[in-house]
Design a protein around this ligand. Structure first.
Ligand SMILES: [Zn+2]
Length: 217
């Protein structure tokens, strides 16, 4: 079936308003992989459109999409793929989480930039924990070191919402995040950002495995 080619870009060749909002919906609904190729690719390559997407996403931060059952573009929405119960090794769980992860391309690109420029700029915040792309099951411990005396802001989010925002003392910049209550911390990919007050954030990601507690305990 031939699909009508919709207008995704504006006259200047950037994402139009409806493309930007479709991208934000895709982030919130965990459906990045179903975005039209043209939108996906453009956002990947265009800094100003990425910025617009992030801006709209933060405006819609409080919007709860979890009860949405239908979407004008994505159609019927069904619940998340569940990790099968008979997985016993953490390695295979991590592998599956990575396969199913809804990555946020604009964050992924920032992560790549960080790696690229690591040798050029000395980061003002040193990360002791969490480890890059590690799997955590009950809690994750953040531990940063900095020479600065400015407080460190720490934000953690998954594709649905911001799950933590806190401020840490620069002399003891550590925080233990418990994956509790269960429904606030679904299994999957999480991004974190840490920044000195007023500074540029550093970004990282990790995976959470937090199986639903059995109803009949
Ligand atoms: Zn653009």
């Amino acid at each position: 079936m031939k699909v009508n080619k919709k207008n995704r870009l504006n006259e200047a060749g950037h994402l139009n308003a409806s493309s930007v909002s479709l991208y934000v919906d895709a982030i919130k609904l965990n459906l990045i992989d179903r975005l039209p190729e043209e939108i996906y690719q453009h956002a990947l390559e265009c800094l100003s459109c990425s910025a617009e997407i992030l801006q709209l996403e933060s405006l819609l931060e409080g919007e709860d999409y979890s009860q949405m059952s239908d979407h004008p573009f994505f159609g019927k929405l069904h619940s998340q793929v569940l990790i099968s119960d008979n997985m016993d090794s953490l390695d295979s769980i991590l592998e599956q989480l990575k396969e199913e992860a809804a990555t946020i391309p604009v964050y992924e690109r920032l992560l790549e930039e960080q790696v690229t420029y690591r040798n050029v700029y000395t980061p003002v915040i040193k990360v002791d924990s969490p480890g890059a792309e590690k799997l955590y099951t009950n809690q994750v411990n953040f531990k940063f070191a900095t020479e600065s005396d400015k407080p460190v802001t720490l934000i953690v989010e998954n594709h649905q919402e911001r799950v933590l925002k806190t401020t840490l003392d620069p002399n003891d910049a550590s925080y233990s995040l418990q994956f509790n209550p269960y429904d606030k911390f679904p299994s999957g990919l999480y991004y974190w950002k840490a920044a000195l007050k007023g500074g540029k954030p550093i970004l990282g990601k990790f995976y959470v495995y937090n199986p639903k507690p059995s109803a009949e305990a």
